[in-house]
Design a protein. Sequence first.
Length: 122
Amino acid sequence: MAALKTIGYIFAAILIFFGVLFIWGSFSAQGTPAWIITGAISVLIGFGIIFLASRKPKAESVIQNNTTLNVELPSDVDIERFKCQDCGAQLSMDNVKMVAGAPMIDCPYCGAAYQLSEKPKW
């Protein structure tokens, strides 16, 4: 897209340059009124190309992708007895987040953050 804009600016500069030369040349002894018209049209087209090249494209509709993450807690975790290790506050599944592939607990009461670890069953 940037290359197309650059080409547009260069083409517009050439049109404006030659349009000014035609207008300037029409005031010489050999100049004709047709040169003024040709030069004016060339300059107008050049500025039109600059206007079109400088416009920003319309923003396309934003596509939202929703990802659902199911957290499988290690071993047998009883959600009804799920408590913070530091303060003992009752926690819910909303307090469990996956960080770098590991389940992390964020306690809203004491601010503790720790990794959920699987305790041996024996």
